[in-house]
Design a protein around this ligand. Structure first.
Ligand SMILES: [Mn+2]
Length: 345
């Protein structure tokens, strides 16, 4: 280990210990994650919530937005509520501690941001994204892991939590979501060790896969099929893109969130290095979501238009262009990022 790595390791261990101690002292804890929760953010929060409740604390996951349908099985009645004005505001303000998981930036707390800022409780964040922290007293952030679930798991073990099925299932959902089923580059030996331990604790991986991946409504599958027939290939097949306008969404009665699923299929096309999806939000506003197989940094393209994300998965919303203008503009930008093809012979 280098000196820097060793000191980062010490910092993480110290943060973990401070958070464990603070949560042990707390009587009431509010947990939350980012807007439109995903498996990692929600799974981490639910697992922590369950342990804290076992320790006799008043703990609850409250979020600024509701949970997508395919993840609602993850929590039990009373464990999760959507933030709803005065009643929850009081709870956040008076909590001894507030724990945010996987948020990737405080603005993604949505309606929860303001009450959390004003809360008298200790503000804790558990995350594997980097951003400027101007909100949290005790950040536990490392990008060396696949998921927030990995960090939450370490914290829970440090706190002496009993990792049974009740805690293992939400942690496993987090791990599987953020590693793309142990496929993404952040998948480490440690991620697999954690999975093995969670399976030993009673997780049924096939049942989790059925519950998270095999619940696509027929209408959505049909819509994705239509989009699949509308893929455009450019740059000698290295760039694939497609778009939808409001009429198309309306005609096929599809939610924007469902249409974005198409980006997960782009890189499966042989030879494709970048995929881009364009969605019309209004006549002057376009949303772009991009994926890269590793040669092109799509986050650079997104940042140039006020967006962000990861190097290989990023997006932006262009507030000054409709679909017809945004598409060539962004494609041009992506095209410039391509390294030259190695010519053979
Ligand atoms: Mn995550």
């Amino acid at each position: 280990m280098t000196e820097d790595a060793a000191s980062a390791h010490d910092d993480i261990a110290a943060a973990r210990e401070s958070i464990a101690r603070r949560l042990e002292e707390a009587g009431s804890v509010v947990l939350t994650t980012h807007v439109t929760p995903d498996g990692d953010g929600l799974g981490s929060a639910i697992a922590l919530c369950r342990h804290l409740r076992r320790r006799g604390k008043e703990a609850m996951v409250i979020n600024c937005s509701s949970v997508p349908h395919d993840l609602r099985w993850l929590y039990e009645r009373g464990e999760f509520q959507v933030y709803n004005g005065a009643r929850h505001e009081k709870r956040v303000l008076e909590a001894d501690a507030v724990v945010a998981t996987d948020i990737g930036g405080s603005e993604r707390l949505g309606k929860m941001l303001d009450p959390i800022r004003r809360s008298g409780g200790t503000k804790i964040v558990i995350d594997h994204h980097v951003y400027d922290n101007d909100l949290f007293d005790l950040p536990l952030i490392t990008t060396e892991v696949s998921s927030s679930a990995e960090i939450a798991y370490d914290l829970l073990r440090h706190m002496g939590a009993r990792i049974d099925r009740h805690l293992a299932v939400p942690l496993y959902v987090g791990l599987v979501s953020d590693t793309g089923g142990f496929a993404y580059s952040a998948t480490s030996p440690q991620a697999h060790r954690m999975a093995a331990e969670l399976l030993s604790a009673g997780v049924d991986p096939h049942a989790v896969w059925r519950q998270t991946h095999c619940q696509v409504p027929h209408g959505k599958m049909h819509f994705l099929g239509l989009l699949m027939t509308r893929l455009n290939l450019e740059h000698d097949g290295r760039l694939v893109w497609t778009s939808v306008d409001l009429d198309f969404l309306r005609t096929h009665d599809t939610a924007p969130r469902d249409a974005f699923e198409i980006v997960n299929h782009f890189l499966r096309v042989k030879g494709v290095e970048v995929g881009a999806f364009f969605m019309e939000i209004s006549k002057t506003r376009t949303k772009v979501s991009m994926r890269s197989s590793g040669t092109v940094d799509v986050c650079r393209v997104a940042k140039r238009h006020g967006g962000g994300g990861h190097q290989f998965a990023a997006g932006c919303a262009i507030g000054t262009m409709g679909l017809a203008a945004a598409i060539p503009h962004i494609l041009e930008d992506i095209g410039q990022q391509f390294p030259p093809l190695e010519t053979e012979g």
